[in-house]
Design a protein around this ligand. Structure first.
Ligand code: ZN
Length: 265
């Protein structure tokens, strides 16, 4: 469907409060990667600062934006969800600290940052950036600590962004439990939230999901899209990636309301 059509339908849906019906007994978790001055066409992981701010204002207007642990706690207690929305970021790009955090602070919005523990403060270039001949710096540990001390939540995203659908046993355990230990050592606080790399349904095995639980995490987030229904296991939390593909917040709203989303890596 054309972007413009989706935008009009998105506006209509939200304006008519139909969204209240569609999102009854549900919550939404969105996932961002990079927030930069400008987003290059074709770069599905970056949104511009201006568009990020528009998304945030839209989310604040139409949802109850809460910290991710608030949604996890409701699910743990068997309580009904009611239009909560949590904002998350994957990987630990430096622009999260430099560009996204100031917007979130300005709008008083909570967020969770999922960090690849062995990449912070290094010049590692992941394969998806290498393919685009792009290089985006990681946060320093001081910046991760600063986010935490501002009240944002820090979560784990494995040590080195492995595909948990393809590794097993001790190697997987080191990536999952090891990331928690490394983050706790750096942050000096318990790390209880986990999002698995790549985020597709086939990017984690049942055995590795059990490792996440055994390592002491309280949740496991994917990026498969869709809303979180009341009664969902915290270890099967879907997230909706927001990217350049969403040309306006209302288009995103339309896709949420219809339970759709575009999957990104
Ligand atoms: Zn990732």
């Amino acid at each position: 469907m054309k972007h413009a059509v989706k935008e009009v339908l998105g506006r209509t849906l939200f304006a008519s409060r139909l969204d209240g019906v569609l999102l009854r007994n549900a919550a939404v978790i969105v996932a961002f990667h990079r927030v930069q001055e400008t987003a290059t066409p074709g770069d599905g992981l970056t949104v511009s600062v201006r568009m990020f701010e528009r998304h945030c204002e839209f989310l604040r207007r139409h949802f109850r934006v809460v910290p991710l642990p608030a949604i996890v706690q409701k699910l743990e207690r068997g309580q009904p969800l009611n239009r909560e929305l949590a904002i998350t970021f994957d990987d630990g790009y430096r622009d999260n600290f430099e560009n996204a955090a100031p917007v979130l602070e300005k709008l008083s919005l909570p967020a969770t940052f999922f960090i690849v523990s062995r990449w912070m403060g290094t010049d590692v270039v992941p394969v998806w950036d290498r393919e685009r001949k792009a290089r985006h710096p990681w946060m320093t540990w001081d910046q991760v600590r600063a986010l935490h001390s501002k009240g944002f939540d820090i979560g784990a995203h494995t040590r080195s962004h492995v595909d948990l659908g393809r590794i097993s046993g001790l190697r997987a355990q080191r990536e999952v439990a090891g990331a928690r230990l490394e983050l706790e050592r750096q942050i000096g606080a318990p790390i209880e939230l986990f999002a698995y790399p790549y985020g597709g349904a086939h990017h984690i095995t049942d055995a590795n999901r059990e490792l996440v639980e055994a390592a002491g995490f309280r949740c496991c987030c994917s990026s498969v899209g869709g809303t979180v229904a009341t009664g969902t296991s915290p270890f099967h939390l879907p997230r909706i990636p927001i990217s350049l593909w969403h040309r306006s917040p209302h288009q995103f709203g339309f896709e949420v309301a219809l339970g759709r989303s575009r999957l990104t890596a």
